[in-house]
Design a binder for this molecule. Structure first.
Ligand SMILES: [Zn+2]
Length: 284
């Protein structure tokens, strides 16, 4: 799933291509991908893109006051084309969920792999009309150390879940929360509200460092290269069984029903492997 750095990369990429370009039309390959009906998608035709921004993991194309907002979710992606085929995308006949065609026939397709369809597109007059945007917490690159500390202080949940909660911080997901916790030398199971000041300092610094580094790796890359850039930058996430680049211990994994997380026991948990909760549930 693309997280804040990849979405920022996509935003920068789109901005460099589509700013000031008129939209020719928006073609729907799947009716369920579009979550709104007013204003209609047809109202975007003929209007020009005046801005491309990011809200957490959402991309927001401002088309002269009407916003085309989308969230790629777990299996969605954006495919850019300098010259789209002339055939019109029709519902049910294509893996393409939505196509945005610009006046010069460049444009992009939103696609989604797998059976769980979670890709979401909204056409709204105000991005805050999208519930998933209105409920977002602050951007992790904009929050101050003091506000970050206050935010964690109230939380009795495990830090891994808190970092991924979009209403707490906007844009961090499963991969970057693993990376940030590894860099901050914190256990994913640590209770957020019980972290001492030194731990919050490390976490705050790691959050900014990891995301800033990943954004600079993503920016300037074409959309098709962003997934590989993300994978290449990971030190523990998705690297079960490989060596921790900091201490050389083996990277371990805890799996849940539909996802897994990776960590280094030497760096993060005082050398103790974490209980695999899926396994312990089975053993109960
Ligand atoms: Zn380590």
């Amino acid at each position: 799933m693309p997280e804040l750095p990849e979405v920022q990369g996509l935003v920068d990429f789109l901005r460099s291509r589509v700013l000031d370009l008129p939209v020719a039309r928006v073609e729907l390959g799947s009716f369920s991908v579009l979550k709104t009906y007013d204003p209609p998608v047809d109202s975007l035709g003929g209007l020009s893109v005046t801005g491309v921004t990011r809200h957490g993991k959402w991309v927001d194309l401002d088309v002269d006051g009407i916003h085309l907002v989308f969230h790629l979710s777990r299996a969605g992606w954006l495919r850019w084309s300098e010259a789209l085929p002339q055939t019109v995308v029709r519902p049910g006949k294509s893996p393409i969920a939505l196509r945005v065609r610009f006046a010069d026939d460049s444009g992009f397709d939103l696609t989604e792999a797998g059976t769980q369809k979670r890709l979401a597109v909204h056409v709204v007059r105000d991005p805050q009309d999208v519930p998933g945007i209105a409920s977002l917490g602050p951007d992790p690159l904009e929050i101050s150390r003091a506000d970050f500390g206050a935010l964690l202080h109230e939380k009795r949940a495990q830090i891994k879940g808190v970092l991924r909660d979009q209403s707490v911080l906007a844009g961090v997901g499963n991969a970057y929360s693993d990376e940030v916790l590894h860099a901050a030398k914190l256990s994913p199971y640590a209770v957020a509200g019980k972290l001492d000041d030194a731990a919050v300092d490390r976490l705050y610094a790691a959050l900014r460092d990891i995301l800033t580094e990943a954004i600079s790796a993503a920016s300037g890359k074409p959309a098709k290269d962003l997934k590989d850039a993300k994978r290449a930058g990971m030190r523990v996430h998705g690297r079960t069984g490989e060596k921790c680049p900091v201490c050389g211990d083996v990277v371990r994994e805890v799996s849940f029903a539909d996802r897994s997380m990776q960590y280094c026991a030497t760096c993060q948990t005082g050398g103790k492997p974490l209980a695999d909760r899926r396994m312990s549930r089975l053993l109960k």
